[in-house]
Design a protein around this ligand. Sequence first.
Ligand code: ATP
Length: 452
Amino acid sequence: YRVSTSFSTQLRDRLAPPLWEFLAKASEQAQKRGWHLYLVGGAVRDLLLADPDETLLLSDIDMVVDGFHRSADVGAGVELAKALQNTYPEARLEVHGQFQTAALLWHLDPVLDSLWVDIATARTEFYPYPAANPEVEASSIRQDLYRRDFTINALAVRLTSPRAGELLDFFGGLRDLRSRQIRVLHANSFIEDPTRIYRAVRFAVRLGFQLETQTERYIRYALDSGIYERSLIQNSKAPALQTRLKAELKYILQAPYWKGALKLLGDLEALKCLHSTLELDDQLWKQVRLLERCLRRFDPEKTLDHWQMRLEVLIAHLAPEYRPKVAKNLQLPDDSIKRLQQLDLDQANVAESLPACIHPSEITRVLKQYGLPTLILIAVQSQRPIRRLIWKYLTQYAHIQPPLNGNDLKALGYKPGREFKQMLDHLLAATLDGEIRDRADAESFLAKYYPL
Ligand code: ATP
């Protein structure tokens, strides 16, 4: 499994100096205690993939401590994190006792992003003899890596000596990096953890890799087995899984490559994980594209969560009775759940009322009761004539104001009161319909309908 021993030079040359120094300090602390320390996961992958001249700006580092022989050391990761916090007192320490992992978060260097370091303790089996048996040592880091998702994410670099800088590649990760394949480590991987389907798609699209043929078969097999519908979505007793599924979905839907990823999820029929009836058919794909046009046009400042709107369009494609449940399962915020719950009625109301509207004021009266997200959801699902009216409302009518406001009415001698709202509505309607173009028009309008 040992592929290269030159990694320490590579690391030193490629990492920003403060990062390299941090790794050196961490390995020194581990070494002092007789432990092994490994850099694992995405950092190793990205290091191997990056251009050799590029300085890597890692913001997320995963490490594993291993190789100890006393059960008292099971908290090694946490102990190491605490020791490092002494060296970096600005770092915030989080301990996840149950999994014997610790995280450090801080701003290592002003020019770098904040750094997030996870330190896990490899599950080690304890043997009665104290001598360091390399087979045993290697087996616990191997076990740790075997629990990971894909071969390209299951590479490790040893940071401690002896053999510091050695790349550990037990599962052919390097080969898969070279041939650009996403490959799982074992057949049950997706059954064990469905979020890996979404992760496979995310890495494939982001890195421009292929899903390895057998891996794709495992995905389809896992989806066909229907286990997600039963265990994940319809069973709200699985909140941990749902939280992770939502996190993966969010990650995908807010990434610059979200469209390609969604397409691949659709091709794999992996939207089934959200609901057994959800498919990325032509109609849904068209709605997704329309949504993008709406978001670009009506929310360029990104005041809405665009990833969430994408998810809402997917959910809105389901039969109305399923929408709120799926939204709840995915732990969407209350306003979003409510919007999806109401959507059916709102849509029916718009479809019924709009065709009869002739004047802009009538269209505005129907549509102004709805927020932008609801209007967008209705627009993408509606036939063209309705969609055009909503578009017209959002681009033009919604921005029109009458030339007079409440203060102007007061200045003209009207007494503030309940009638004001009616007068202002009336003024707005006349302005929308082009009867009032300026202040003078507005004043004559008032004189005609509301003589003092
Ligand atoms: P990114 O650059 O997108 O953060 P990453 O590889 O660092 O990529 P993380 O989600 O931060 O991804 O996960 C860190 C590591 O933990 C992965 O490289 C992988 O080895 C492991 N991992 C994460 N999620 C899973 C999972 N669901 N199943 C198995 N292993 C996982």
